[in-house]
Design a binder for this molecule. Sequence first.
Ligand code: C2O
Ligand code: CU
Ligand code: CU
Length: 502
Amino acid sequence: MNLQRRKFIKTATGVAALGAVPWYISRQAFAGYSYQEADFINPLGFPVQYFGKVKNGKRVFTLKIQQGKSRFFKGLQTPTLGINGNYLGPVLRIRQGEEALIRVRNQLPQASTLHWHGLILPAKMDGGPHQPIAPGKSWQAQFQIIQGAATQWYHSHLHQQTGAQVYQGLAGLFYIDDDFSQQAELPKDYAIDDIPLVLQDRNFNKDGSFRYISSMHEAMTGIQGSHILINGVVRPRLQIERRQVRFRILNGSNARVYQLHFSDNRKFVQIASDGGFLPKPVQMQRLILSPGERAEILVQFEANESVMLQHKPLPKNNFGFGMMGMMLSVNDRPFNLLRIESKNAGGDIHRLPEQLITMPSWFDHTPQKHRQFELNMSMGMGMMAGGRGGGLTINGKSFELERIDEVVKINTTELWEFSNQSPMAHPLHIHDTQFKIISRNGKQPPRNERGFKDTVYIRPGETVQLLNRFQHYSDPQTPYMYHCHILEHEDQGMMGQFVVSS
Ligand code: C2O
Ligand code: CU
Ligand code: CU
């Protein structure tokens, strides 16, 4: 084991010393377009792993939501928020079957929450807008990990403040392991061949502070930052030591959609989606990830390679009609994300089984109940007057904290149909479930979307059918959310609530 590497891992998140050229911070245009391979010089950092402590049969985690300062650019300090640190939070690690007890203390001068995205759990433990933690107060979530291995995450979900708080840094990864993930021949040495990549984009002011929404256009499309951060590092460079590497990728951006590929167009294998392993590994060359989505991929390297992970402009059907679609598509150009060097890469290439996991039998059920949802953005007066209550709706309604939109019966297999009638794409996320995507515009989804999903990217004009089944927890009082994971859309009302009744 490389000791220096280990030491680095402990201290690296967002605080690595960075060589940079502060002048381009002031540019509002997307700086990423101009970065060449040689600009990617900052060592990629990794969040610390946090295994908690087992006490009385529970795995106990203590989290503090706090203010901090991070150095993304040389000579500039950025006020940030973090969990047990300056920016982002630790990777929580737990095993299927274990009971988690997570103590969250809010040390901010404002309220906050932590939501466990992708987790199946009682509504009271969900950490959504109904579980705010007042400044200086604590909150405790306790639930059993009933689902299998997966790369989940957690983030602030404060009513109308999710976008701003996540933007400042309130997010982290949450890994679940199970028998299969521990026994299968998969890369699993953290930060060596099992590498987290949290993709985010941020705007900066001249003084180094983050710049959040500053125009109508940004509020409407969601904020697109002018700099890309991976694990809190700008223009990162990663030196790998193994021939086979697993990347666990989270699109933790507020609104940006990535189409990832490698500069030499090498193939890779996707092994997991949002909620865990795919039924079968899928060969890929490009991977689209919208905000909130995760993917695990395996990539092979030979020694002495240097390759860039890049964004490739999305296909035209990702952009809708009208001014908005036009502006979004014009702004979508290729850029670099991460430089990967494999100088001394060695070791074995593991053979993957043909079949990874079997999907639950309800994935083949005939639905007993249908629900329809229409996503809409009206560009009328409501929008111009400042957004809320106007433009962003599901079934014509803007989010209300006190209104339950859907009542779902426990142990019922349901078809949820979302049709996007708006001029832009929306990543639709549902709490407390890992659903199956039945169809996109009547057709089977691509092979990498046939596993567990909790967030689905819905293009303009597209209709997506999902199969859902809530079979573990009911609570007629406390709702779960479903919403667009463009956080500015969520905050402006593109969100609804459902309860699970017994
Ligand atoms: Cu990742 Cu309701 O959120
Ligand atoms: Cu969620
Ligand atoms: Cu949206």
